[in-house]
Structures are given as structure tokens and as C-alpha cells.
Design a protein around this ligand. Structure first.
Ligand SMILES: *Cc1c(COP(=O)(O)O)cnc(C)c1O
Length: 371
């Protein structure tokens, strides 16, 4: 089976974790601090706060805004449900924004239009599947209205636009180190920010409300335990050291796909610059007439030894959001279309030249025979 995704764990990664385990200092020691400094430096921001997952990062970023229950926040409609769930869990009302076409990210004009109908108190754009959102436009619209931006950069480590790292555009940018992402700590995440007061508040929120800047314990807020362990941070540092190599491996696989899929009737990812995509996922769009048969296509690919999946989720049409807010097909037309046509093909550092040929041949064959 050509696997959809595969974490890139090598001997130095294992040794880095083992060293921390042998030391007896499993939490709140040196590795987390060092990992945070390295992440901040990569993001080009002064502060990074490591936490227990990408969802924890988003949750704390939303909590740190100090919004009131019932406040409305704008959220990209095509994402992993965590992006919206954290807002709902914080008592906020999600207002979804349609995506802007094959880039699959929040459509800036749709966001702007939403701000004329609703009192939007924060915006959460997403860099979908490793492809950068149009952050200059979103930041411009948000800044003009005093709306804070929280970037869901869970998939987007190592990407940039106009020389600026994904996760560094907004008030806060959230990363994930789940095994499906480009680098992993098992579970793990981080928040990037340039604002010292926010970093301090995030550090308190992740650690039971304890002020990180006083030695005598001062519980300055309520909080959670969303800390990252030191052995996860050691793994993160070891992985981060290989990020350039892992990004290059994925970009090479993307070039192979571009060649091998050239005559196959699917739309391929086409970032405007190489830096804008890390290929966390490699998602193609099926021809419209094949979209209704996608489930059968995925099954048939699996039978042909190719593990493939849907891209990501149409959040407003998932069971909870549909039931709670009454969303219908047609409310977010572009998300409807992309969510029905998207297929994620195998993409990871260990894909070989022969693999993309096998995937392309299987897909080409099935597109000739389905429906
Ligand atoms: C993976 C992901 C998350 C959640 O991250 P976890 O580390 O799994 O909690 C949130 N948003 C997006 C867009 C993601 O891809």
C-alpha cells in the first residue's frame, strides 16, 4: 500500500527523545524553551509558546482575546473542525466565510462582506492543507476594522508569502505537530506572536493560570494544562533541524505528480510561488461529473494499493454545525464544490519516483471507468 501520510522519524529523533527520558526531567525543563526559541526564529517573531496540540494552540489564542460569550468570529468554512470548535467551546458564535476557489482558502471579499452584516470580533483564516491563504488581503481588511487575526497555520510550517512566514501575519499564529503534518511531536502545537503581553497570557493560560514571570506562584488567571512535554520538544527540535530537507522532499514529490498527472483530467495544486505550499497534503480536484462517485473512487484506489482520502472538511455541513446553525448546501457555494471534488493523494518524504507513477496510472484508469 502506498500510504497517504507517514511521519519522518529517524534515529536522531529517537535518540533525542530517549535522552530526555533517561534524564528524568520530563516536563518544564530546557527542551521546551529551546524549541520555542527555534520556532520563533523560524516564524520571524519574538515569541512562540509550545502547547499540547494544534487545537490547544487555537483554543488558547481564542481565549486570550478575552471576548464575551455570544461575540461573533469569522472562520474559514473549509478546514479541520477544530478551527471552529475552539470558538464554540469559548462561547463564541461562528460565522463561516466561503473559500475563494482552487486555492481553497478564505475568500477576502466574502470576509469583507461578512463584516458589513455582522459585528465580527476576530477572524480565523486557515492555510488549507499546506497552501498559504491570502494573508495580505485578510490582514488589510481586518486592520481597517480593528479585527484581530488568528491564523490557523496548523498545516503551514515552512511556508511564506512575500517573505513573511505563515503564522506571523496575525496577532497570533497556531501551528500543529500532529503526525499528519510536515514535522511532528506526536501530539503538539505552538502559538507564534509578536506581542509580549499576549505571550505572557498564553503561557499563563497553558499552565493553570500561573504567571510565567514571577518566582513565587501567582495565579493571575484561570487556566488549563496544555503544556508540551520535554521529550516532545526534543523530538520537535530534532525534526525542525530537518525541516528544509523534509520540505524539499515533498516539493520534489509534487514535481513528480505534476509530470505524471499531466494527462490525467484532475486539477493539481498550483501555488503562485514554491514557498507558498509545503504539500502537507497533495490535493487534486476531480472533474465535476466524477465528484458524486468520489467514495467509490477512493475505495477503488485502495484496492489498487493507493491510500487516498478526502481533502478536508466542509465545517458548516458537518452534523453538529448543520444541526445547530441550520446550514444548507448552497450557503457556501465554493466550499460545496471544492469539498465534493477534493482528493488527497499519498504525500510524504518517503514517496518514491515509482509511487507517483503508480498513483497517476491508477487514477487515470479509474477516471476512464467511473462512473
Ligand atoms: C491538524 C489541524 C488542526 C488541529 O491540530 P491538532 O494538533 O491535531 O490538534 C487544526 N486546524 C487545522 C487546519 C489542521 O489541519
Amino acid at each position: 500500500m502506498i500510504r497517504l501520510a507517514q511521519p519522518a522519524i529517524d534515529a536522531p529523533d529517537i535518540e533525542a527523545v530517549a535522552t530526555v527520558l533517561r534524564s528524568g526531567w520530563l516536563v518544564q525543563a530546557e527542551q521546551v524553551r529551546a524549541f520555542e526559541q527555534e520556532l520563533a526564529s523560524l516564524g520571524g517573531v519574538p515569541h512562540a509558546v509550545a502547547v499540547s496540540s494544534g487545537t490547544a494552540a487555537l483554543h488558547l489564542a481564542v481565549l486570550a482575546l478575552g471576548l464575551r460569550p455570544g461575540d461573533e468570529v469569522a472562520i474559514a468554512a473549509f478546514s479541520w473542525p477544530a478551527t471552529a470548535n475552539v470558538a464554540v467551546m469559548a462561547g463564541l458564535v461562528p460565522r463561516f466565510v466561503d473559500i475563494g476557489g482552487t486555492g481553497m482558502a478564505m475568500d477576502p471579499p466574502s470576509f469583507e462582506a461578512l463584516t458589513t452584516r455582522h459585528k465580527i470580533k476576530a477572524v480565523l483564516p486557515v492555510h488549507p492543507l499546506g497552501n498559504t491563504a491570502d494573508m495580505p488581503a485578510i490582514v488589510r481588511i481586518a486592520a481597517a476594522r480593528g479585527i484581530p487575526v488568528i491564523e490557523d497555520a496548523a498545516c503551514a510550517i515552512g511556508t511564506s508569502l512575500d517573505g513573511r512566514a505563515s503564522g506571523s501575519w496575525g496577532l497570533a499564529g497556531c501551528l500543529s505537530f500532529h503526525p499528519r503534518k510536515v514535522i511532528t511531536t506526536g501530539e503538539g502545537g505552538a502559538i507564534l506572536t509578536a506581542v509580549p503581553d499576549l505571550a505572557r497570557r498564553l503561557r499563563a493560560l497553558r499552565n493553570h493560570g500561573l504567571d510565567p514571570e514571577t518566582i513565587t506562584p501567582a495565579f493571575i488567571t484561570t487556566g488549563l494544562n496544555y503544556r508540551m512535554t520535554d521529550f516532545q520538544a526534543a523530538l520537535g527540535r530534532s525534526q525542525l533541524a530537518r525541516l528544509p530537507e523534509l520540505l524539499e522532499a515533498r516539493r520534489i514529490v509534487a514535481r513528480w505528480y505534476a509530470e505524471d498527472l499531466d494527462r490525467v483530467p484532475v486539477e493539481r495544486p498550483s501555488p503562485a510561488t514554491p514557498e507558498r505550499h509545503n504539500y502537507q497534503s497533495y490535493v487534486v480536484l476531480l472533474p465535476r461529473e466524477v465528484a458524486p462517485h468520489r467514495a467509490r473512487l477512493l475505495d477503488a484506489l485502495r484496492e489498487a494499493g493507493v491510500e487516498a482520502a478526502i481533502g478536508t472538511h466542509h465545517i458548516p455541513l458537518t452534523a453538529y454545525y448543520r444541526k445547530t446553525y441550520g446550514y444548507q448546501p448552497g450557503d457556501f457555494p465554493m466550499t460545496d464544490e471544492i469539498a465534493s471534488r477534493a482528493v488527497a493523494l499519498p504525500m510524504h518524504h518517503a514517496i518514491r519516483r515509482q509511487d507517483t507513477r503508480t498513483v497517476a496510472a491508477a487514477l487515470a484508469h479509474l477516471l476512464r471507468t467511473i462512473p
